[in-house]
Design a protein around this ligand. Structure first.
Ligand code: M6R
Length: 610
């Protein structure tokens, strides 16, 4: 959580920093701030609340200068107040930080005893004090930085200004993301690519332990052993417009509409209609042949993708799949061995719990693999020496509520299931061919569903005042129900629960009355009759049913107050299709309620704290 950005060059830093922060706001929006250096003085502006507050302040009190750092905060230590807003400053040293300094209490006490006084409750201020103190004792900046890094424990990506030297910005990273953007006579630091994508597509992805400086015309990097290193410069193929709203009211809306493209990209070069093969060159397919089970570890929406993927993998590859919340996984001493593939699913590639679960798997000798959307992020890096990463090619997802990342994860899991089935020879050619054809048709089928947006908006209007909602599904539609409920609660703040339809009569049916809308996903296939039976039970108790099912399903229509139709395709991918109307339904309810759809309260997109 938290986003940081840094700039040194010939342009006005304020503009570049604020633009960068606007692309990082998804990482936190409790406060924002920037600092620059002008003629040996540090100029700092900080505001509580979203970036707009900082923009308003800068309109009256600009921050001149061509070197600067910025921060958007998701509060961990200390409330979202102006004093706690970054950048933090002490003795000419100014710091922005993403991460957590775990030993900040003891360091604070130690510094207090030496006469330091603090103006915030944050862990970050300690870093400014330590570097400032060591500089004051005569250490040069690199030594002061290293001495400080040697004292702090925890996770950090930092950018540091020293007002005595406006020719460079110091940086360091450990367990929090930080990249260097390479420009012409200018360089950038950022937590994530979109922050500086309109200025450069050339990036250095820093390693854990890396520290150094960006200057106007060069980048100086040292590794964790303090050796000077050259890191490769990589070119990303994301375009700047991918990080813009492109005429949509919200990023979430744009990202829902990007799904046909995102899915087509995720499939590109990996399958061919009419063939029986996948080409998944980024992953180590040898591992797939030797394993005896898969454990998926993930959080939130990615966890729901894992739960959904289990059905298709077990069906096609006849391999047992267990799906675990990454935040719980390592606290019960999981039983792992070299025949268990631990598969992490993470859009951001930096979720702390998922990363920690993978580290546990490595310690216990299990092979690891990832499905991720962000190249070279922490999780893919960890998987590189083992199973590698199957990248979803959704492009930057900026809305906090995950949409295109989820459906491309489902597609990636389908690809993995096909690959497993063909490597392990567990499926007939016909089944594989059908699965490939179904994936190929998906982008077009989603386009058709998006054409029904007005109808879904009309359904949303009916339920905009609801206080609670239930989502029901069976089989692979159960996790889709969970995801539908998560989407609704996170952006509309309506309490919503996802349930396996068969569990209704074991408790939740007690909640049903005319004030309880129930969204039921009932697609043809295994379990359909049973879902319809559950639906009759809801109906008999006065519950209002919103059916998600086949356009031609007259029975479902007759039982439902409203229908959100989905069209054709195979069972394996109907989970993707069913997700789309549920996304639009949540989106419109939230928009009609006037919530902040892209930046819902209390949330941040990348959860880099446990
Ligand atoms: O980046 P990750 O996929 O690891 O993130 C996991 C969750 O934090 C994420 O899916 C979260 O639940 C989203 N806000 C859901 O929309």
């Amino acid at each position: 959580m938290c986003g940081i950005v840094g700039y040194i060059g010939d342009k006005i830093a304020e503009d570049i920093l604020v633009e960068g922060l606007s692309k990082l706001e998804y990482r936190g929006y409790d406060s924002a701030g920037i600092a620059t250096i002008v003629e040996g003085d540090t100029i700092r502006r900080r505001q509580v609340g979203k970036l707009i507050q900082l923009r308003n302040e800068l309109a009256n009190s600009p921050c001149p200068g061509t070197i600067g750092i910025g921060h958007t905060r998701w509060a961990t230590h200390g409330a979202p107040t102006q004093d706690n807003a970054h950048p933090h400053h002490h003795a000419g040293i100014t710091v922005v930080h993403n991460g957590i300094i775990e030993n900040h209490h003891s360091l604070r006490e130690e510094l207090r005893e030496k006469g330091h006084t603090f103006s915030s409750e944050t862990d970050t201020e300690i870093i400014a004090h330590l570097i400032g103190r060591y500089r004051g004792e005569g250490q040069d900046m690199l030594t002061a930085l290293r001495t400080t890094l040697g004292r702090v424990e925890g996770a950090y990506a930092i950018a540091v200004l020293d007002q005595l030297d406006d020719s460079r910005i110091a940086f360091a990273r450990k367990a929090s993301p930080l990249i260097v953007g390479i420009g012409q006579s200018e360089n950038f630091l950022a937590s994530d690519i979109p922050a500086v994508l309109s200025h450069t597509r050339s990036f250095v992805f820093l390693e854990d332990g890396d520290h150094g400086f960006i200057h106007h015309g060069k980048v100086e990097i040292y590794d964790e052993h303090e050796n000077a290193v050259e890191r490769p410069i990589k070119t990303v193929d994301w375009s700047p417009v991918m990080a813009e709203k492109g005429g949509h009211k919200h990023f979430m809306h744009k990202e829902i509409y990007e799904q046909p493209r995102a899915i087509a990209d995720t499939l590109r070069g990996r399958i061919q209609p009419g063939t029986l093969e996948t080409t998944l060159s980024e992953i180590n397919t040898e591992i797939l042949n030797s394993i005896e089970r898969i454990i998926v570890v993930a959080c939130g929406t990615s966890y729901h993708a894992g739960m959904t993927g289990r059905y298709v993998i077990e069906k096609m590859a006849r391999l047992p799949v267990q799906v675990e919340l990454a935040s719980e996984f390592r606290y019960r001493d999981p039983i792992l061995n070299d025949k268990t593939l631990v598969l992490a699913i993470s859009q951001s590639g930096e979720t702390a719990d998922t990363l920690a679960a993978l580290k546990e798997a490595i310690e216990k000798g299990a092979p690891i693999m990832a499905i991720s959307n962000v190249i070279d992020s922490a999780i893919p890096r960890l998987c590189e020496p083992s199973g590698g990463t199957l990248y979803t090619r959704a492009g930057p997802e900026i809305g906090v509520a995950s949409t295109k990342a989820f459906t491309t994860q489902l597609v990636a899991l389908n690809l993995l299931a096909i690959e497993l089935a063909s490597v392990r020879k567990t499926c007939s050619d016909k089944t594989i061919e059908t699965a490939i054809d179904a994936l190929t048709r998906l982008p077009r089928e989603i386009e058709n569903l998006l054409d029904l947006e007005d109808d879904i908006k009309a359904v949303a209007r009916e339920y905009v005042k609801a206080d609670n909602m239930l989502y029901l599904g069976r089989g692979s539609m159960f996790p889709i129900a969970l995801e539908g409920a998560l989407k609704l609660k996170e952006i509309s703040y309506i309490h919503a629960e996802g349930y396996a339809a068969g569990e209704m009569k074991h408790g939740p049916i007690a909640l049903i009355d005319e004030n309880m809308p129930v969204v039921v996903i009932a697609t043809p296939g295994l379990g359909y009759e049973k879902v319809v039976a559950n639906l009759e039970e809801v109906k008999a108790r006065g519950g209002k049913i919103i059916g998600v099912g086949h356009e031609s399903d007259a029975h479902l229509k007759s039982l439902s107050e409203q229908m959100m139709p989905i069209n054709g395709s195979e069972d394996s991918v109907s989970t993707v299709l069913a997700s789309v109307p549920l996304q639009l339904f949540s989106y419109h309810i939230a928009d009609l309620r006037g919530t902040d759809v892209d930046q819902p309260r209390n949330l941040a997109k990348s959860v880099t704290v446990e």
